[in-house]
Design a protein around this ligand. Sequence first.
Ligand SMILES: [Zn+2]
Length: 301
Amino acid sequence: MRVQSLDNKASCYHSNMRLNNKPQNFHPSFKSLISQKQINEIIKNTKNPQNIRKYLDSIESYNAFIRGLDRISFNQITDQLYQKYGIETDLKGNKVIAGANALVCNIFQKLGLIKPPALYMRSFPNSQQFSRTYAVTSVHKQMTDFDIAMKERYPLRSVVYNSNIDWDKLQLMAISEKEAGHSSTGHFLHVFLHEFFHNVHADNLYKRFGSEARGSDVFAYLQRKYSKQANIELVKKETGRYGSTNPAETFADEMSERIADSLNPRTLLPDKNPFAFMEFEGRIDFNQMIDDIWQGKKRKY
Ligand SMILES: [Zn+2]
């Protein structure tokens, strides 16, 4: 495991993927293939039959992923993350997290998107604000509530995962959040795609606005709650409830959906260009909004 010394200047948090389950103790083992019985239950209980195909595709990939973890060690995965992408890791032996990050790195590599410089696993404070948060991406130059709560600062654009989440239930958590209208996909890679897109977005804003400090100010603007009810309703319909929290979350959850929908279930790589949208889908206003958020345009949301 390679841990960079922490860069004192860089850091901040933003994102909260929340979960209904009670936090559980961290287990470094995995046990969590989805059985045919569970698949039948999911199909029987879904409120959204149009999503079943996507759930089945994700479950197929997920089960192959879990089986594949048996054939590789934790250190082999983190060594690859370092050798292929230069990513420093301190993931406390959690193979599911290491493996899922490696899959998302491969996807982002294929798409030519930037990847985080470092990945961490930490016990988040048992507070209202953070106890049920899956992960936080450090996107702000200035100190945040998360840094203060953690008493640690993380390098800019790194991702910190919460060790109090039961990551062995990754696939079931993803489907239950999609079923609840909370997140934009039921894909088992959802949390990872989501965090990586905050990272890509932040990097774009740093470059566009000329510095990390200015870019993170714009990011903070995009983390303010929507004031227009019409925008909240639009995002809920197009992306999901979590995405409607603020424009930065809209961007991460919407882009995660586009990637998840483009993945070949066998290779877990995009089969088609996930960014060749959507003008054809009659979502012109929504697409314009996503593009404005991407560019950091300070329009009134
Ligand atoms: Zn987020």
